[in-house]
Design a binder for this molecule. Structure first.
Ligand SMILES: [Zn+2]
Length: 300
């Protein structure tokens, strides 16, 4: 009898990572390639299947897939997402993979996978009630309660990016609605805000660097982003009373952001029971997606 291994697949808008995960939850072999969304959905499925075939061994007992977008978890169906091709919409990923490899296959949203991985193996592994947030192009979220992913009615729990933090008339979100958290607290939002002040289009890390060199417009962008993130975090803390919030994504790397975010979040919270909720950085790096996808396959 072979030791049980699992293949975890992380499908993002820019790249796809496929890894074989050992019984003791280490990525023992991996492949990575570009998503190339412009080339459509069929080549993505083909590349995933080819990668799994390369990594498969007789020890592999299940396959897990995390994908950037909305997933019908029960059916293993990718419903759609803004960073993946339109013709990948409504693809029954679980049954396509299962048909080829005859192994149980589970599919979920990529940030659900990130949160599960950090809650089980990463910086939140001592805790059983965990909120995970990724601040990048958009804002993604996941909730782990009692050590298990909380999915809600339609597997859409944790969509904090589209909770409302400002009144109508303010900035429009990528989804088309106004006043959403993501429209103020994402990398896209920082770039757009700095552009509106200066006419220059810069990445968040460049804006941070300019702020450090006394660029007043860049400082303003950082201050507004800090406030917005704190507002969102305080709302989440009041709603869920998590033991810890784990943050990842590109903005998590902005060193000057998170000290002020923690202070501003505390300032928004009155209850002494909630005020000191730890806000920590993710610790698994790029492996979180593969590991979280692999963890999806574990029997409850
Ligand atoms: Zn939105």
């Amino acid at each position: 009898m072979h030791a049980k291994e699992v293949i975890g697949i992380d499908v993002g808008g820019t790249k796809i990572s496929v890894g074989r995960v050992s019984k003791n939850k280490k990525v023992v072999e991996r492949l990575q390639f570009l998503t190339e969304s412009k080339k459509g959905g069929a080549q993505i499925i083909k590349k995933i299947i080819d990668a799994v075939a390369k990594l498969q061994t007789p020890a592999v007992a299940a396959i897990g897939v995390g994908i950037a977008g909305i997933v019908d978890y029960k059916k293993g169906l990718f419903i759609g997402g803004p960073n993946l091709p339109k013709n990948l919409k409504n693809t029954p990923i679980a049954s396509l993979v299962k048909k080829r490899f005859h192994l149980p296959t589970t599919v979920d949203n990529d940030v659900h996978c990130f949160t599960l991985a950090e809650a089980k193996l990463g910086s939140a592994k001592r805790f059983s009630h965990v909120v995970g947030l990724t601040f990048g192009t958009g804002v993604g979220g996941g909730i782990v309660l009692n050590g298990q992913l909380y999915r809600g009615r339609n597997n859409a729990a944790g969509e904090f990016g589209h909770t409302t933090v400002a009144k109508e008339g303010d900035v429009r979100c990528g989804c088309g609605k106004k006043g959403h958290f993501e429209a103020y607290a994402s990398g896209t939002a920082m770039t757009a805000f700095y552009f509106s002040l200066s006419g220059k289009s810069l990445a968040p890390s460049q804006i941070e660097e300019r702020a450090a060199h006394a660029d007043r417009k860049a400082k303003r962008v950082l201050a507004v982003t800090t406030d917005a993130i704190a507002m969102g975090l305080a709302n989440i803390i009041y709603a869920l009373n998590p033991e810890v919030i784990v943050v990842g994504g590109g903005l998590a790397n902005l060193k000057s952001l998170w000290g002020p975010v923690r202070t501003k979040t505390r300032e928004r919270i009155l209850s002494p029971l909630l005020r000191n909720t730890p806000i920590v950085h993710a610790s698994l790096g790029a492996d979180a997606g593969i590991l979280g996808a692999a963890l999806l396959t574990e029997k409850k």
